[in-house]
Design a binder for this molecule. Structure first.
Ligand code: BV8
Ligand code: ZN
Length: 248
């Protein structure tokens, strides 16, 4: 952690902290990532299950894809990486700092680990909305009786509240995410940084003069720009969080 300590020492006061996570932080909870070994996109075509066109063509297949993931996620638990971030948030906020967690993950594990200020940039497996009247509805912690679920209000077809490829992210969410990059420290954990516009965020933080740490089991195409720490999130996040707390 020497390079982390010297970067923090040179930075001076750390008062605004941001974290950006991807599916890699949930890997040690047993949730498959997208692009790595056994990744979700190995078994499913993005066009079939993560686009509006795919949903129009076969809503049942898309609901099976998301229902399967939701039921698997319910059986998993947050891992030490999630808890380390929740714990760091608590230390930061109690010492008067502000702290924003931006996640691309839709599994809800950060909130289950106790993280408070969470921006779910790509939506959530546990929410849906009506394609006809727009009414939103939570999704239960058990199998849905039939797929696709119908709207209680107008009997229209519900869809998962996740951001598909070619769809814009929710305006309020992406604005908050962009403004959270006006920070002193950004910690990136477990993302290949291949999906936009989220992949722009770290460069915004760099432009704002932040120290940017990247935690991953393998370097990404952008690692040279960051303080890169190689390791599994569940194994290294506690030590990283403890090092940062020493500068709060
Ligand atoms: C949009 C759905 C426009 C939910 C997902 C430039 C600007 C804007 C858009 C684009 C652009 N260029 C291209 C685009 C289009 C597209 C895009 O980015 N395509 C890519 C593929 C090139 N972007 C979009 O379509 C976005 N929409 O911009 O709309 C618009 C604007 C106005 C009006 C109309 C339209 C929408 C993007 C969102 C897509 N939805 N998911 C779901 O099903 O989950 S994206 C999907 O990828 C997931 O959300 C996932 O989170 C995300 C990113 O993947 P990662 O999380 O990084 O996962 P990955 O497997 O790739 O990597 C895991 C990493 O973890 C690896 O590096 C691995 O080494 C590491 N790791 C593994 N184990 C561990 C670990 N690290 C630490 N510890 C471990 N144990
Ligand atoms: Zn409806």
């Amino acid at each position: 952690m020497k390079n982390l300590s010297s970067a923090l020492r040179n930075k001076g006061r750390i008062s605004r902290i941001a974290v950006l996570t991807g599916s890699g932080i949930s890997a040690e909870s047993g949730i498959p990532t997208f692009r790595g070994h056994n990744g979700l996109w190995m078994d499913y075509r993005i066009d079939d299950v993560a686009t509006c066109e795919g949903f129009k063509k076969d809503p049942g297949l898309v609901w099976e894809f998301y229902e399967k993931r939701r039921l698997e996620v319910i059986k998993t638990k947050p891992n030490r990486g999630h808890y380390a971030i929740a714990d760091l948030e608590e230390s930061a906020v109690s010492s008067g700092r502000n702290f924003t967690l931006c996640t691309q993950n839709v599994d809800g594990l950060h909130k289950r680990a106790g993280s408070k200020n969470v921006l779910e940039l790509h939506g959530s497996l546990f929410e849906s909305f009506c394609t006809k009247c727009g009414k939103s509805a939570g999704l239960p912690e058990n199998p849905l009786p039939h797929l696709p679920p119908k709207c209680q209000e107008c009997n229209g077809m519900m869809r998962p509240n996740v951001v598909w490829f070619g769809e814009p992210l929710a305006q309020d969410i992406i604005e908050k995410a962009f403004s959270s990059m006006d920070c002193d420290l950004l910690i990136i954990v477990g993302t290949s940084l291949q999906v936009y516009p989220v992949a722009y965020l770290p460069f915004l933080a760099l432009k704002n003069g932040a120290v940017v740490i990247e935690v991953n089991i393998t370097a990404t195409s952008a690692s040279d720009y960051f303080v890169f720490i190689k390791g599994k999130a569940g194994q290294v996040m506690n030590e990283i969080a403890d090092t940062i707390k020493g500068y709060l």
